[in-house]
Design a protein around this ligand. Structure first.
Ligand code: AR6
Length: 186
């Protein structure tokens, strides 16, 4: 599923983010940049130890929730990994939506700073961090839509959803945000 926004493409696919051939793959990291399960585990397994070595050296303080840092991509088919730290879901009144939006925004800013034309995101915070998928999809897509409307780049922003359920939630949210018949249609 695709939409065009200000000349850039916003795309949803189902799959494994570690297999994406894009300039930057976004990791669902924690604030200590300590590695873990889910996307983080898969990225470090497939990308090899260079990624962790680099983040330890460059970001010994880690990365605050709602922000992101960038490293090389080791053996992944990408130039960079952007380590984004989404919020832990605590019921919805602890600024979760703002923090999630800001993790996406900072990732996109880094992608532009480093000249990335294509970026792949997982559904940040929706695994171990427990963010409800439908609400996370709305925040993620709103934030990327607004960023692309303002900047017209990166050329391609692809959400890589791990399973059918996640894909459905994102597809429904995107259809609501940018209906297929709208003038923004790609
Ligand atoms: N490709 C795409 N999506 C995936 C993949 C994959 N290979 N693997 C899992 N997902 P999570 P979080 C989906 O837990 O909630 C780690 O331990 C998954 O189904 O990776 O932000 C970190 O170290 C879910 O929908 O990230 C942190 O401590 C989504 O990706 C913490 O988990 C995100 O799930 C971060 O938690």
């Amino acid at each position: 599923m695709k939409r065009t926004i200000h000349g850039a493409t916003l795309e949803l696919v189902q799959g494994d983010i570690t297999l994406q051939q894009v300039d930057a793959i976004v990791n669902a990291a924690n604030s200590r940049l300590a590695g873990g399960g889910g996307v983080d585990g898969a990225i470090h397994r497939r990308g090899g130890p260079d990624i962790m070595e680099e983040t330890r050296q460059k970001y010994p303080q880690g990365c605050p929730t709602g922000s992101a840092v960038i490293s090389g991509a080791g053996r992944l088919k990408a130039k960079y990994v952007i380590h984004a730290v989404g919020p832990v879901w605590r019921g919805g009144n602890q600024q979760e939506a703002e923090l999630l939006a800001s993790a996406y925004r900072r990732s996109l800013e880094l992608a532009l700073e480093y000249g990335c034309q294509s970026v792949a995101f997982p559904a940040l915070s929706t695994g171990a961090y427990g963010y409800p998928m439908d609400q996370a999809a709305q925040v993620a897509l709103h934030t990327v839509r607004d960023f692309l409307a303002e900047h017209g780049k990166p050329e391609l922003v692809r959400f890589v959803l791990f399973d059918e359920r996640a894909f459905r939630h994102f597809a429904d949210a995107l259809e609501e945000l940018i209906p297929e018949q709208s003038p923004n249609k790609g």
